[in-house]
Design a protein around this ligand. Structure first.
Ligand SMILES: Nc1ncnc2c1ncn2[C@@H]1O[C@H](COP(=O)(O)OP(=O)(O)O)[C@@H](O)[C@H]1O
Ligand SMILES: [Mg+2]
Length: 430
């Protein structure tokens, strides 16, 4: 079993900062964890096709991804780029095991084995494009809420708190940790901080692979760079990172180690980020209006050229050119080697990694956490109370002002008023 010095050191570092993996499980479980941490988690995928029912022709299927193959390495940050609708989110979702519908072909390996849902839940983190935060909670409460829901129930509260503290520190959120997140009616943390909290939520379970869908969209370039720099710093823990990005600034683009580029669900580039510019310079004969206007912003230039070629109907040809390139050959060779590595991991480790240590909390614990963090806070939140209580109070007030004292007058001509008052009250009673 792998468990050399560096592995032990890394594990110690991780259990210190995240509080997971130290002393709360059987030895063999820890050994499996060691093996995983020592090598990091390589994610290799080959010939990925994703088919959904066609919206144009009944009974036919549309391929949203076509024969996509690449790999993600530990301690590296890979950019997933491509024009809007090229299949970036679809690929990220597939890798993270979040696609339930549709038909998937091809092979996806994590740490050289086919991952189970439990494995993915335990070892991967996913930061969605849109923030999913609870406005009434403070930054720390939001992370504790996630920690209590997702980390093992057996872990003491203080240990969870330490782990959350470490994440807050990593994401430079100390100054905002007691600030409420806020919502449309209540000013809270900034957009950049909200994005970092979202990333923090994914980090609370100490993932080995982190997927981020457009983590910089909607942020100004300074804040976007800040967020990406913090994400890049996570690679020093051996995490494998893949982020979709839309027109990154030169500074942000330079943070990425590798680049996966998609056009209409097809791979048009997979290789070193710094070799991409030269590749497209030579691989694309007609670069459109951007041929003479190379301003030094490589990411923008590449995207412009690709969009131009695609608009001219050359998307498939671009994929074909890449298919024939030496770059593709080199990548393919490395990918094939990675696919074969599965034989090198012992059966026992694979079994341990696939079934143990899933951070599944029981139903009663989930309910307790929900009540602890959400119920009391909800009743302080105007956006929660408004539609539930506010409208009823207003309606009751209108009814009261219309029918005040109506029951005191028991004359026949007033019966109609009494009946309507009773009818409205019972009919509209919540
Ligand atoms: N479940 C689905 N069924 C049909 N079409 C889909 C589905 N999910 C995504 N698409 C389509 O697939 C394409 C790629 O989507 P997506 O992966 O979200 O692109 P990106 O993230 O690169 O902008 C889009 O044209 C989108 O409309
Ligand atoms: Mg997307």
């Amino acid at each position: 079993m792998a468990g050399g010095q560096s592995g032990a050191r890394l594990t110690k570092g991780l259990s210190n900062s995240f509080g997971v993996g130290g002393g709360d499980g059987p030895d063999n479980e820890q050994a499996a964890m060691d093996a995983l941490v020592e090598n990091g988690v390589k994610v290799a995928f080959k010939d990925i096709e994703y088919l959904v029912p066609s919206s144009k022709e009944k009974g036919k299927k549309t391929a949203l991804l076509k024969h996509v193959g690449a790999y993600l390495l530990p301690s590296q940050m890979t950019a997933l780029m491509g024009p809007s609708g090229s299949g970036k989110t679809t690929l990220l979702d597939l890798l993270a095991g979040r696609k339930t519908g549709g038909e998937t072909k091809g092979e996806i390996l994590f740490a050289a084995h086919k991952p189970t849902q439990k494995f993915l839940r335990r070892y991967t983190g996913y930061v969605e494009q849109f923030d999913t935060l609870l406005g009434m909670l403070t930054v720390q409460e939001m992370m504790m809420y996630t920690a209590e829901l997702k980390r093992p129930v057996s872990e003491p509260y203080n240990r969870k708190k330490e782990a959350v503290g470490a994440v807050i520190e990593k994401l430079a959120l100390e100054s905002a940790k007691d600030t409420r997140i806020g919502n449309a009616l209540m000013k809270g943390i900034s957009g950049g901080q909200a994005k970092r909290v979202n990333i923090g939520i994914a980090l609370v379970t100490n993932p080995k692979v982190l997927f981020l869908d457009e983590p910089t969209t909607g942020l100004d370039s300074y804040t976007a760079n800040e967020v990406l720099m913090l994400v890049k710093a996570l690679t020093s823990d051996g995490i494998t990172i893949c982020a979709t990005v839309h027109s990154p600034s030169p500074c942000a683009f330079a943070l990425f180690d590798r680049l996966v580029m998609l056009v209409r669900g097809q791979l048009v580039y997979f290789g070193d980020r710094c070799a991409a510019h030269a590749y497209f310079q030579s691989a694309v004969p007609d670069k459109g209006p951007r041929v003479a206007m190379d301003s030094g912003n490589e990411a923008e230039w590449i995207t412009d050229v690709i969009v131009h070629v695609d608009r001219m109907g050359g998307g498939a040809a671009l994929a074909e050119t890449f298919n024939r390139s030496t770059l593709k050959g080199e990548g393919q060779e490395a990918l094939e080697a990675m696919m074969k590595e599965s034989a090198a991991v012992s059966e026992e480790t694979l079994r341990e990694l696939s079934v143990r240590r899933a951070t599944v909390t029981p139903f009663w614990w989930g309910l307790r956490t929900l009540i602890k963090y959400r119920t009391t806070k909800n009743y302080q939140d105007p956006t929660f109370l408004g539609p539930r209580v506010g409208d009823k109070l207003v309606f009751a007030f209108i009814l009261m002002s219309l029918y005040w004292g109506i029951g005191d007058k028991l004359t026949p001509d007033n019966f109609i008023n009494i009946t309507s008052c009773l009818f409205i009250t019972s009919a509209f009673h919540p």
